[in-house]
Design a binder for this molecule. Structure first.
Ligand SMILES: Nc1nc2c(ncn2[C@@H]2O[C@H](COP(=O)(O)OP(=O)(O)OP(=O)(O)O)[C@@H](O)[C@H]2O)c(=O)[nH]1
Ligand SMILES: [Mg+2]
Length: 487
């Protein structure tokens, strides 16, 4: 298919932007680091801990330029992109450290500029600017829509909604769908009702723990200032994937709005944010998926291959890649590893590595370097061997948030409790084929850690010294993401 006029305009905009960025980074070496993950994956906590550690003397033995003392100083500078909200670092740090609460959920993109003064390995003094961009993974999963027609998207979304546990959640929407005639006259009320039921279904999938991913259009669940606009008022119809819509029909109306969604939401995100990233970390709450069972794990795997697909789309944009190579390193990180005992951290990494490898095969991905890590950006627990009868079990200690847990235990928010989190299987395959029955199944008298939300740690304040936030493997993530740019 020859490129359409709007494709050409889009390419011109992309390359103009790339040229601007190129000019900037020529005089002022810059890395744009994307931080993404589905809702609640741990993006805000990760960025806050990373900046706090670099600017306030964190402990990062595996982050080579830092550990060897070549980093003289790291500081925040004004956020450079006028149209993007600033990442609210100061507030998040206050919440985490002073109030010992986790920061509130964030729904929009945000950005922050960190500047590092360092000494090269050859002794020369240099400065590296890191622009950190926090954006919802749901937006990323929208990118494949760019190469899909309304009809293809309808067929795929409908097929997916009939699979496994999703079918039940989609039932009310399916009922309504039966009453619609795609080729009948366009009808605003029908479109409104369909969009509402379809959105309810997407929301139910997200809220049910077993179906946590793969839900474009992402903005249906986080509409922001577009709530109620036509670009968000459409839904799949039962149409043939190669069919064409009669003029004036409901089908044509839905299709027009689907295209509007791509124009108003997806393309600007691609152009203004995604296409400008150099490095990417994808945070994954893998523990939640393990606990929800193999269904959720396969869902997660499919989401990972969807994500890898997005990076492939990113790289195949011809003109913009003339000026600099785009994302050349991608790190997949399983977050909240502090819910497991040290013995299981390598196993957690192994499972994620397995899921990413499968996804990479499926996405036929070649290009950027990919790595995998299990981390806790902020470690909320300590480890201890706790006697249980005649055994000593490797346990974790932490302070559960005040309130009542799902199984009825009351917590005051001050007292530490010990739990035995259970081990992950040594063979990752067990998780994929359903042989694994969830963590923390033994011993029965312990609180089920899945429902425990530990408070952020209490920091010991030595005289005149900034307290450092404890973490697990955050330094390894840093080494992979930016270590090579600080040589
Ligand atoms: N124990 C522990 N819990 C964490 C850690 N990181 C995140 N969490 C938990 O996960 C929740 C979500 O973390 P956020 O950083 O807000 O996640 P997010 O991806 O920014 O979420 P949204 O803004 O809702 O998209 C927090 O409220 C914590 O309960 C961690 O390193 N350790
Ligand atoms: Mg957030």
């Amino acid at each position: 298919m020859p490129p359409s006029f709007s494709d050409i305009v889009e390419e011109a905009r992309l390359s103009a932007r790339a040229l601007l960025d190129y000019g900037d980074s020529f005089f002022n070496p810059t890395v744009r680091l994307g931080v993404t993950g589905l809702s609640r994956a741990g993006k805000t906590v990760f960025i806050t801990a990373l900046i706090h550690g670099l600017t306030r003397g964190g402990r990062f033995p595996v982050f080579e330029p830092y550990a060897t003392g070549r980093i003289a100083r790291a500081r925040l500078e004004p956020q450079p992109d006028d149209a993007v909200p600033r990442f609210d670092y100061e507030n998040h740090v206050r919440t985490l450290i002073e109030e010992r609460r986790w920061p509130n959920s964030t729904v929009d993109i945000s950005e922050l500029r960190l500047v590092i003064d360092y000494q090269r390995q050859n002794g020369a003094d240099r400065t590296l600017t890191i622009d950190i961009v926090d954006y919802p993974g749901e937006w990323l999963l929208d990118l494949p829509l760019l190469s899909k027609s309304y009809e293809q998207w309808s067929v795929e979304s409908l097929a997916l909604s009939c699979e496994g546990p999703r079918a039940k959640l989609a039932a009310p929407w399916h009922e309504h769908l039966k009453t619609l005639h795609p080729e009948g006259r366009e009808n605003e009320q029908a479109a409104l009702a369909a969009a509402k039921l379809f959105t309810d279904y997407l929301r139910a999938c997200r809220d049910e723990r077993f179906a946590m991913s793969l839900l474009p259009p992402g903005r249906f669940l986080m509409p922001g200032n577009l709530a109620g606009s036509p670009a968000l008022t459409f839904a799949p119809l039962e149409v043939a994937s190669d069919g064409s819509a009669p003029d004036g029909s409901l089908w044509a109306m839905m299709r027009r709005r689907y295209e509007a969604y791509k124009d108003v939401v997806v393309r600007p995100f691609f152009r203004d944010h995604f296409a400008r990233l150099d490095r990417q970390i994808v945070l994954v709450d893998a523990l939640a998926a393990f606990n929800a069972g193999p269904e959720a794990l396969h869902d997660l795997e499919a989401a990972l291959s969807g994500i890898l697909d997005c990076f492939r789309i990113g790289r195949s944009t011809i003109l913009s890649s003339l000026f600099r190579p785009r994302i050349d390193r991608i790190l997949f990180a399983a977050t909240k590893a502090d819910h497991l005992h040290r013995q299981s951290h390598d196993r957690l990494e192994a499972v994620l590595r397995r899921a990413v490898a499968k996804a990479a095969d499926r996405a036929e991905y070649a290009g950027a370097a990919i790595d995998v890590v299990a981390l806790a950006a902020v470690r909320a627990t300590r480890e201890a061997m706790v006697a249980r009868g005649r055994d000593k079990l490797p346990s974790i200690l932490g302070t559960p948030a005040p309130g009542e847990s799902a199984n009825g235990e009351a917590f005051d928010g001050e007292t530490e409790v010990a739990t035995f989190p259970g081990d992950l299987p040594a063979d990752p395959e067990e998780l994929f084929n359903g042989g694994f029955r969830g963590l923390s199944s033994t011993p029965s008298e312990t609180a089920d850690f899945r429902f425990l939300r530990f408070r952020p740690p209490l920091l010991e304040r030595a005289a005149n010294e900034e307290p450092a936030l404890p973490h697990i493997r955050l330094d390894r993530a840093l080494q992979f993401l930016i270590g090579d740019r600080l040589q």
